[in-house]
Design a protein around this ligand. Sequence first.
Ligand SMILES: [Zn+2]
Length: 271
Amino acid sequence: MSQTMLVDTHCHIHEAAGDDDVAAKWHKAGKHDPDELQESARAEGVTRLICVGCTLPDSDLAVEFVRNRDGAWASIGIHPHEAKDYANFIDKQKKFANLAKRPKVVAVGECGLDYFYNHSSKQDQEKILRFQIELALEHNLPMIFHVRDAFDDFWPIFDSYPGVRGVIHSFSATEVELAQIIERGLYVGLNGIMTFTKSETQLAAAKAVPLSQLLLETDAPFLTPAPLRGSICEPKHVRVTAEFLAKLRGETLEDLAISTTENARKLFGLE
Ligand SMILES: [Zn+2]
């Protein structure tokens, strides 16, 4: 137990209490009690977390979940995988947009482009990304971006909207993409990937992220950090990733924690 305070800026624990496929993953691991997840996170100093939505119902769930819960906030998003279910459905878009006004909604996302899986067409992904950027600007909310193998198409879209703030979540690209992110004043979200990647270029990029633009996250229940691979990822594991990164970057855990927590508060509010 320590006084070091950390923020999990990206998790999906609101899904643990549900009854769908994702919830099943939590249940199988015996981790279906969100109170317990939050309590064990607190014990590791992870006192704040953001529950990130990926669809309309999932975002709605996140918003409800954080409503009467201390130390938890929500981000509403339509994941690029799901863009096909929203691109041509104005009704769903309107319902989604209404969520932006709800209490404790601190961001829009995760949204972006994913050309690795291409579960939705590029055209639909762009449409739904633009829709969410416009929503974020309208409500002056920061954004949580998911960009996989798609930075070349992402930047022209992003650059066409001056004033967008946010984070590139689950960053795992190279120093080339890192420079593009940093020059735009965006934050970089690092998670458990860094603890188990074998890629020297990924590690070099993680090392090069300016401390003033670094955020920590888990993406729980996914991306469990080493050496805990094989167990389900929880918000408390932010600490494992933080310890790894502090060592990699030649910083103290305390300095890394103070800066990343301050960055998260600055970007998302979280008061
Ligand atoms: Zn996620």
